[in-house]
Structure formats: structure tokens, C-alpha cells
Ligand binder design. Structure first.
Ligand code: ZN
Length: 418
């Protein structure tokens, strides 16, 4: 007869192995699909890439896939080792023994554990940046910038994580059984404050932001913002080229503090009419309230997660399965954090289909505002070419992992008669 704790172990291991198997299976499918289409540029995309660039995009896709397989397997090995070696209950006892049973010492245990679990993937990250990305000409990062980025991120997770966990644990002590509801409200408020302050306090730690210089581009983009009734305090250029040749655009802040941010790499790659189309697409996201909708989805997931923590922390069999003997909520917070991925992985296709719908809507908005689809199509083609994007992902693979429709899908939607 299995005990309840054995049952938990069995379920958890099954979930981890199932995710691992599906991930490797998806990599395998995608690889076969890409190789099967590798001899020539897919029909209809000849204008996007020439033969040589297409071959490079195939090589890049395959090289990234191989590296990802290692990453997936390493993550599984680390997770299994951390969960079942007894290191977590040992760390918990040690932390409480050294610092006492205050919420701060438990928060310290949580932050240190989260950081430590991230460390084993650093060598692979290094390899990806300085070998793989380097080989295909994308890397612009120096080892110094790379190390500094890590150090800054570590300090940020301590500075932000420690008080946040301490706050949640204090709410547990104060609010009783319904603490998860109160903690949810607290976390949402903290998230909102960070969302407001990030452009001023966090992003400048990693990048330089300069106003877009006076000139025809700036005037054109400001006219677009005015025409669409998009309030913005200014347009800024971010030095994305400090790290990589990949490019992007986004906006930060809310209300009249909103700023449009363009990567310098994007400005370099695109013509003015194409940049205007990209900005129109981003404004489309704003107009259709996509950011708000995605935040709502993540808030709901957070609520479910916190409820799960509250419930599991009361189940002796759950704690026993992982070697914990405590009344504290902290281990459940950690375990749900570690195991959340093996459950949320299966939500990927659902969340991505929502995100794709948003992309189609933003594209349609851009087309309507610009009056034609050509500049956006041209911009998307250039970005796919420049990023050596995989033009032929396996359909299952893109369902699971792609938050954006493929170039072909977007072009079809943009050029279809409306
Ligand atoms: Zn978009």
C-alpha cells in the first residue's frame, strides 16, 4: 500500500517526467520539420531571405534546439535533485537555526534557495551568449557586461524578494485562514508599484535611454501618436546593441508618464515608414487593452497559486513527502514556486493562443491606422531575416512556445481582404 506521501512523490515525479518527455518530443518534431524544409526557401517567402540567409537560419534554429535540449534536461535534473535530496529541509532548519524563526529569516531562506537553484544554468547561458549567439553574429555582450548583469539581477532579487516574501509571511501571521486573499492583494499592489517605478528605478540599471533626436522620424512618430490619441511623454532610444543585435520596441509607464522605447538596433534596421508601422502595432496593443488583459490572467493564476500554497501548507502528507516538519507556510511557498512550472507548462498553448489573437488584432489596428499593410509586412520580413527566425516551425512546437504567429501567418492575415 502506498502512503499519502509516496503518492505525492509519485504524482510529482510523473508530472516532471511528463513535461520533460513532451519538451524533448517537441524539440525532436521541430528539428525534423525544419530539416525536412531545409533544402530551399519555403514557397511565398523568397522575398524574405535569400538561399544563403535561409541556410543560416536553419543552422541557427538547429543549434539553438540542441542547446535547449541540454537546458531542459539540466533543469529536470536540478529540480529532482533539489526536491528529493533533502537539501531543502536541511537549508530550512539551518536558516532558522542561524537567524531565528522570524519572517525575515524565512524570507532569507526563500531568496537564497531561489537564487541557488538558478546558478546551475549559468554555464549554459554563458555558452549560449559567447559561443552560439557569437557564431551567428548576434552577440554584442562583453564578459564584463554579462557578469555585471548577473550581479545586478542577484542584488535586485534580494532587494525586492526579501521584503516581498517577508510581507507575505507577515500577512499569514496576521490574517489567519484567508491570508492567501490578503497576500494576493498585497502582491498585486507591489507589482503595480514596480510597474510604475521600473522605468525610473530598474531599467536604467541595465540600459541607457536617450531621447530620440529631433528630425523627420521623431516628427513622424509623434504625429502617429497624436493621430491615434496615444498619450506619451516622449520617445526614447534604448542601447539594445550593448548586448545583442536582436531588436524590439515597447512602451513603459502609464498615463502621461508613458514613454515609447525603441531599440537602437530597430532604428538601424528599419526605414521610417516601417518604424511607424511597428509603433502603430504597439499602439494597437494599448488600444485593445492587451496589457491589462494579460495582467488580469496572471493575477488569476497568482490567486490560484496562493490558494494552493495555503491549502498544501495544511497537509501533513505534502510536507512529509519533501521532508519538512513545520507549521510554516514558507516551504509550501517554495515548493509551489518550484513545481508551478510543471503545471503551467500545459497552459502554454492556451496562453499563447490568447497572445496570438492579440498580435493579429494589433496588426489589423496598424494596417487600419497606416492605411495599408505594406510597411508592416516589410518590417516583419526584415526583422525575421535579421533575427534568422525559424520560418518553418512544427505546428505543435509553435502552439506550445510561440507567443506570436509565424511570419507566414501574419502576412496572410495582413494581406487578406478585410
Ligand atoms: Zn505585438
Amino acid at each position: 500500500m502506498l502512503s499519502a506521501s509516496d503518492g505525492v512523490i509519485l504524482v510529482v515525479v510523473t508530472l516532471i517526467v511528463a513535461k520533460w518527455g513532451v519538451q524533448l518530443g517537441l524539440e525532436w518534431l521541430n528539428r525534423r520539420h525544419v530539416v525536412a524544409h531545409s533544402d530551399r526557401v519555403p514557397a511565398g517567402l523568397e522575398a524574405v531571405m535569400d538561399e544563403e540567409t535561409y541556410r543560416r537560419s536553419v543552422d541557427y534554429t538547429l543549434a539553438k534546439g540542441r542547446l535547449r535540449q541540454w537546458g531542459i534536461t539540466l533543469d529536470v535534473a536540478v529540480l529532482l535533485a533539489v526536491l528529493f535530496s533533502g537539501v531543502l529541509p536541511w537549508g530550512f532548519r539551518t536558516a532558522l537555526g542561524a537567524w531565528g524563526e522570524s519572517v525575515w529569516s524565512m524570507a532569507g531562506f526563500l531568496v537564497i534557495t531561489m537564487i541557488a537553484i538558478g546558478l546551475p544554468s549559468w554555464p549554459l547561458d554563458w555558452y549560449e551568449q559567447f559561443h552560439l549567439e557569437q557564431r551567428f553574429g548576434f552577440n554584442k555582450t562583453t564578459p564584463r557586461v554579462w557578469v555585471l548583469d548577473r550581479v545586478k539581477s542577484l542584488l535586485l532579487s534580494v532587494v525586492l524578494g526579501l521584503p516581498l516574501f517577508a510581507l507575505i509571511l507577515a500577512v499569514v501571521n496576521w490574517a489567519g485562514a484567508a491570508w492567501w486573499l490578503w497576500a494576493w492583494v498585497c502582491v498585486l499592489v507591489v507589482q503595480f508599484i514596480l510597474f510604475l517605478l521600473a522605468p525610473v528605478l530598474i531599467l536604467p540599471l541595465f540600459n541607457r535611454f536617450d531621447p530620440l533626436p529631433e528630425g523627420s522620424l521623431r516628427e513622424r512618430l509623434l504625429r502617429l501618436a497624436e493621430r491615434t490619441g496615444f498619450q506619451a511623454k516622449g520617445i526614447q532610444v534604448m542601447d539594445g546593441s550593448k548586448r545583442s543585435k536582436h531588436s524590439n520596441a515597447f512602451f513603459t509607464g502609464i498615463g502621461r508618464f508613458r514613454k515609447i522605447v525603441l531599440f537602437d538596433t530597430l532604428i538601424e534596421a528599419l526605414q521610417e515608414s516601417e518604424l511607424e508601422a511597428v509603433l502603430a502595432h504597439e499602439i494597437g496593443h494599448y488600444k485593445k487593452r492587451h496589457v491589462t488583459k494579460m495582467m488580469l490572467v496572471s493575477a488569476i493564476l497568482l490567486l490560484v497559486g496562493l490558494y494552493l500554497v495555503a491549502w498544501l501548507s495544511k497537509q501533513a502528507w505534502f510536507y512529509a513527502a519533501f521532508g519538512f516538519q513545520t507549521e510554516s507556510v514558507a516551504p509550501a511557498l517554495l515548493l509551489v514556486g518550484l513545481l508551478g512550472g510543471v503545471i503551467s507548462f500545459w497552459l502554454g498553448p492556451l496562453l499563447n493562443s490568447l497572445s496570438r489573437r492579440h498580435e493579429y488584432q494589433a496588426d489589423a489596428y496598424a494596417k487600419a491606422v497606416i492605411g495599408e499593410s505594406a510597411p508592416l509586412v516589410q518590417a516583419l520580413r526584415k526583422l525575421n531575416e535579421q533575427n534568422l527566425s525559424n520560418l518553418t516551425p512544427h505546428p505543435f512546437y509553435s502552439r506550445f512556445y510561440y507567443s506570436h504567429p509565424t511570419l507566414q501567418e501574419r502576412e496572410q492575415a495582413l494581406t487578406a481582404a478585410t
